[in-house]
Design a protein around this ligand. Sequence first.
Ligand SMILES: [Zn+2]
Ligand SMILES: [Zn+2]
Length: 422
Amino acid sequence: METQPGSLHSIVEKYLPVLGPFEDRYRDIHQHPELGRLEKRTSEIAAYHLRQFGYNTLTNIGGYGVVGILENGVGPTVLLRADMDALPIREQTGLHYASTVEAIDTDGERKPVMHACGHDMHTTSLMGASTLLANAKGKWKGTLICLFQPDEEHGTGAQAMINDDLYGKIPKPNIVLGQHLTNSKTGVVLIRPGSCMASADTFKVTVFGRGAHAAQPQDSIDPILLAASIIVRLQSVVAREIGPEDVASVSCATIHGGKAHNVIPYEVELTLNIRTFDPAVREKVIEAVKRIIKGEAITSGAEKEPKIELLGSFPPTINSTPESLKLRQSFISFFGEERTWEAGRHTASEDFTNLATAIGVPSIFWNFGGVDEEKWKKFEAEKDPKIISGSHQEDYAPVVQPTLRTAIEALSVAALTFLKVD
Ligand SMILES: [Zn+2]
Ligand SMILES: [Zn+2]
């Protein structure tokens, strides 16, 4: 698996495809976003592209998952992953290719749809890298797998592909590689060995009280007051139960209760989102959260115990150390020190790692920046986070270039680092 950085550099430079069509494709996917588990159009675009470039292409794995396999002689097998799904957000970027799409989600509700997490950039850059590496086939040996994953935002797409016998259908990779757009300067890649993203656990909590006329609160056990007490008290978990050296976050992300202005309802539903890096901290936080919910229900005099259901979990993202140090070296030799930054540790989460842990192989997940250079300069000078809008926001608008080019190059450099290059 040894490669010379010099030859790798020249391969990526020489075979970089003409970028115009990929920029158009990026804008097209941005304008036609699809929610998780509904990525039909995007997956068809990816599959069509892979077939054009000679990849043995499999579709509809774990939903709309697509895999392209390029067998190219004896050598290591490398898997590159991109995610395809968008978010239920109404786009407010004002871009000429902004989305106006609305769609019926899998829960039956009509929602606005927007690529507010950069998955459109991930998909397009993997299409670009698959082109580059297919055209450069004479320069490397091994097997390349390009995987387009559905449904990352719900945290279930990678597992759905694995459950659908992904690794019975494709050669087992020696390493799994992926990347995510981030709020840094465009043209920059960011990488760190070891722990880089948090685990996430989402719970649906239903608390039960006793309904009554709003004018007769004495007849009720008010579940809204109960829910409010829970939400306030949950803030003490991170502040009072976790050591200052540990990292955790506990958020109440949704609250639903009541339908009329003059009725105290019977129940209130909350969703809670918990992020941690350390498994022991994770266990402690979850225990404390459950204790508080149950304790507050008792304090309110609730007659029925709250229902606490786990809706989903993301694994922690941990980069295999020797492999990520090697990749960082490749990035430095390709992009230079000034464009290869040390990534921070993020409390955001990803289901990417499942693709590697399912088969016990190393994985690396890195970031690339998408913030316009002028904006970045202003942000560095003024340190005001409002200058650069983050992902999952309605005005999230990464600049197309040199973001897309950097993303295609980073994927190609990474693949060639672990394939066999003479
Ligand atoms: Zn996201
Ligand atoms: Zn994302």
